[in-house]
Write a new protein. Structure first.
Length: 802
């Protein structure tokens, strides 16, 4: 056998049938695994490409796969025994058609295997012994039909000749038949004599034309008879019938008839099937007496569509003749189309562009011609369509943009309908999932966030929380919060706030001070966990509200201990005269900085009063001689917070017109302990008073001469120039009532029309920023003094200890 295969090796040749078709010619009965050809080479593809494109052999639905591809080298190999006789019977050309599928892009190449016959079957006689009866009166030249031998091979390998054992009575002649076979006849060349020879035994051989030849033999048993006889004769040489494949059992397909000229037993004809295929034997049966052929099994056009059989007719003596019966089945649309998924990208990423091939679908219908033509469709309303690519193949293609956040999976129903009547259809549903792509950044629920917190908050307290949503899947939709780096008042934002990465809750890191800053803004970022991650940010404004945490601070009079001041009140002062003023500030704002002044203790309770909000100290009545010269007041300053805070100060007043009384001042100070200081005090007081008075007299003298208008000597009341006050200072109209434009920035209580140089300058030096320093020029003083028309006539003197 290997030698035989070897001798057929030259049949292996490659024939291209048009573009993309490969044709190979091979002998039948090659061992499974034998190489037929190389697909990679013949398609001009590299082996890597071949495997990358998932090359595979696709044989038709439910049919055997005779060849396969070795993906590691591209060889086309025999996969199963190929028996030409079983596949094609007596057909002259035997073709096996398969298809090679390549994906991306989908490509289909047809492979045609042309199967060559090898001489693997000898010619065979239907029976080992052939009985022939010859009348002794038969004349020379009489012909006797032999049973035909049959060789399943075709062409040269089929039956070619018969040979008969040498004898003196009979010769063998061969004759071709109408239906293509070849039969042999025995021709009588010498009369028989029953008395000489009652029977003959001769060996007949049938030979085919293969290399080497194969033979089949049978014995011809010739009986010499006394009487004459006629063989039965079929009324047709070939019977043909066509029945639908769905013909029910017991359907009579055809009736064969043979007649015999003899009467009696000699004329009784019986029928017999002498040769039939395995499949045919299962589905057809011949009635021996009537010659009717009936359906006894299930017919299937798709399995076998033509049956051929040989029928013998025999008479009582055993004389016979034969005929051929060909039964063809006609196709009925009895197979719905089959749908198979050849490949499927599942899941598909949501960002694939419209027109992307998602899967390949193959539809097949085993029926013939129009019954096997299939149309394929999918349901409406999904962003997919079927594109017919090559015969019976469809690509499933996206028609629009997919969005996993809207639809996560699709059930796609593919319906295939054939063109038969009535049409048959089938459908298949495939579930297609859409895979997530990180295409949505987190989105904050609000445009911006605000948090309100009272100052002096505890570090770690919760201010507010931010929330962002991301509709993506799993980590692509997991939101992490963080603070964007930045600065607040020169310090990194992280020293003020922290944000919980998981919950978005914002905590204060430190305690805030309203007096330092009232609000600040930070940015919080929400980032998802995709790769690459997407993010968005939002601003968070933190507003700090005031708490009454600063007590009023008294600027004038200066706190005890560091300086000592006293005021002079002229004896002539009338009731209502402005004597002095307590000036206090509060670092808080609003109500927390709205100050009120109260006298809590005084030497003479009826003599002085203080403006509730102005802090101005005025005489309540005219000074009388009986009033004590030294008057002390304890003033308390309170803010309006809840609870309110307060501060107190002492004010020393001296009712006197005469500086000579000043030495007694030392008794005024309750706290004066240092006797040395007392003498300094006196010296300083005297010299300052002298200097002051001289100065005032000179100035007033100059003015008096110029205006010729009588003026009081001690018109010391001056206004605090507006440049002295902070720009946002709000005047209190002298009544202590705040204006309707309530100003949080006001931190200094009203300045009255009274002031003095010492105070101004000391206040300037210690409290005001350098650029707001009061500029004193002679004309400024000029103006100051000219504004004092309605002022009470009050003089004062300062003594400052440093
Ligand atoms: C698809 O079919 C499956 C099972 O048949 C079902 O559970 C699912 O809900 C269907 N999906 C859609 C989008 O119809
Ligand atoms: C997230 O998105 C990326 C692409 O942006 C994708 O590769 C990944 O599979 C997605 N993750 C999940 C859990 O879906
Ligand atoms: C914050 O968001 C704005 C727009 O929403 C963007 O222009 C800016 O670049 C973002 N900043 C950072 C640091 O991501």
């Amino acid at each position: 056998m290997p030698g035989l295969l070897y001798s057929f090796a030259f049949f292996l040749q490659l024939v291209h049938i048009g573009y993309g078709d490969l044709s190979y010619s091979i002998p039948e009965e090659m061992k499974p695994g034998s190489v037929i050809g190389n697909i990679a080479r013949d398609l001009g593809l590299s082996v890597e490409k071949l495997s990358a494109r998932k090359a595979r052999i696709d044989s038709e639905l439910n049919r055997k796969r005779y060849c396969d591809i070795k993906i590691n080298n591209g060889d086309l190999i025999v996969a199963e025994r190929i028996d030409r006789e079983a596949l094609c019977g007596e057909k002259a050309s035997c073709l096996i058609k398969s298809e090679i599928i390549l994906e991306a892009p989908l490509e289909l190449h047809r492979i045609v295997l042309q199967i060559h016959d090898i001489n693997d079957n000898p010619p065979l006689f239907a029976k080992d012994e052939i009985k022939i009866e010859i009348n002794e009166l038969a004349v020379k030249g009489s012909r006797f039909r032999l049973l035909e031998a049959h060789d399943q091979d075709i062409g040269q390998n089929a039956l070619q000749s018969y040979e008969l054992q040498m004898n003196s009575y009979l010769e063998l002649r061969t004759q071709s038949k109408k239906d293509g076979g070849m039969f042999a006849e025995l021709v009588l060349v010498k009369e028989l004599d029953r008395e000489e020879e009652q029977q003959l035994r001769l060996l007949v051989s049938a030979l085919d034309g293969g290399i080497p030849k194969r033979t089949g033999t049978a014995t011809v048993h010739v009986t010499v008879l006394d009487a004459n006889d006629n063989s039965p004769v079929f009324n047709q040489a070939v019977y043909e019938a066509v029945i639908p494949e769905n013909a029910p059992l017991d359907t009579v397909v055809i009736k064969v008839t043979a007649s015999d000229a003899d009467a009696g037993l000699n004329g009784d004809v019986t029928y017999e099937i002498s040769r039939i295929s395995e499949g045919g034997r299962r589905v057809f049966a011949l009635n021996h007496t009537t010659g009717e052929i009936k359906v006894i099994g299930h017919l299937d056009f798709e399995e076998e569509s033509v049956y051929e059989m040989r029928v013998d007719a025999k008479d009582g003596y055993g004389l016979s003749s034969d005929s051929k019966v060909i039964i063809e089945l006609s196709d009925v649309n009895d197979n719905p189309p089959g749908i198979s998924m050849k490949s499927m990208n599942n899941p598909i990423p949501e960002n694939v562009s419209p027109g992307t091939e998602v899967g390949i679908i193959n539809v097949q219908d085993r029926d013939f011609e129009i019954n096997g033509q299939v149309r394929c469709s999918i349901q409406q309303g999904v962003p997919f369509k079927l594109v017919s690519s090559i015969k019976n193949y469809y690509s499933l293609v996206t028609t629009g943009q997919l969005d996993r956040e809207l639809v996560t999976d699709y059930n796609i129903t593919i319906t295939a309908t054939d063109e038969g009547s009535p049409p048959l259809s089938s459908s298949k549903t495939v579930q297609l999932s859409v895979a997530d792509i990180n295409d949505n950044p987190p989105v904050f629920e609000e445009q911006s966030y605000s948090a309100y917190v009272s100052e002096n908050n505890k570090p770690g307290s919760t201010l507010c929380s931010v929330t962002a949503r991301d509709p993506d899947w799993r980590q692509n939709g997991t939101v992490i919060y963080s603070l964007l780096p930045g600065e607040v008042n020169g310090a990194p934002v992280s020293s003020y706030l922290s944000v919980n990465g998981d919950t978005g809750v914002i905590h204060a890191v430190r305690s805030f001070d309203y007096e330092q800053f009232r609000s600040f803004k930070v940015h919080v970022m929400a980032r998802d966990n995709g790769s690459p991650p997407l993010s968005s940010n939002v601003s968070v404004s933190v507003f700090i509200s005031d708490v009454n945490d600063n007590s009023p601070q008294i600027l004038y009079p200066a706190p005890e201990g560091s300086s000592f001041m006293t005021e002079l009140v002229p004896k002539a002062a009338h009731g209502g005269s402005l004597v002095s003023k307590v000036i206090a500030v509060d670092a808080d704002s609003g109500q927390n900085a709205w100050l009120s002044y109260h006298i809590v203790k005084s030497t003479d309770p009826g003599l002085f009063s203080i403006g509730l909000h102005s802090g101005e100290i005025r005489t309540q009545r005219d000074i009388s001689e009986s009033d004590s010269m030294k008057q002390n007041l304890i003033v308390s300053v309170k803010d309006n917070g809840q609870p309110s805070l307060s501060a107190t100060c002492a004010m020393y007043l001296l009712i006197s017109d005469n500086l000579a009384e000043v030495p007694e001042l030392k008794d005024i100070s309750y706290d004066e302990k240092n006797s040395k200081l007392t003498s300094y005090l006196i010296i300083a007081l005297v010299s300052v008073s002298t200097f002051f008075l001289t100065f005032i007299i000179i100035i007033l003298g100059v003015r008096f001469c110029r205006r010729r208008k009588p003026r009081l000597l001690f018109d010391g009341a001056v206004a605090i120039p507006s440049a002295y006050l902070p720009p946002n200072y709000a005047d209190v109209d002298g009544t202590g009532t705040l204006r309707s434009t309530y100003n949080y920035d006001a931190y200094l209580t009203t300045g009255s029309r009274t002031s003095d140089f010492k105070f101004v300058s000391s206040y300037n030096d210690n409290t005001l920023p350098a650029d707001q320093t009061l500029k004193k020029s002679p004309s400024d003083f000029d103006k100051m003094f000219s504004m004092s028309d309605e002022s009470p006539k009050v003089g004062r003197i300062f003594i400052v200890f440093k």
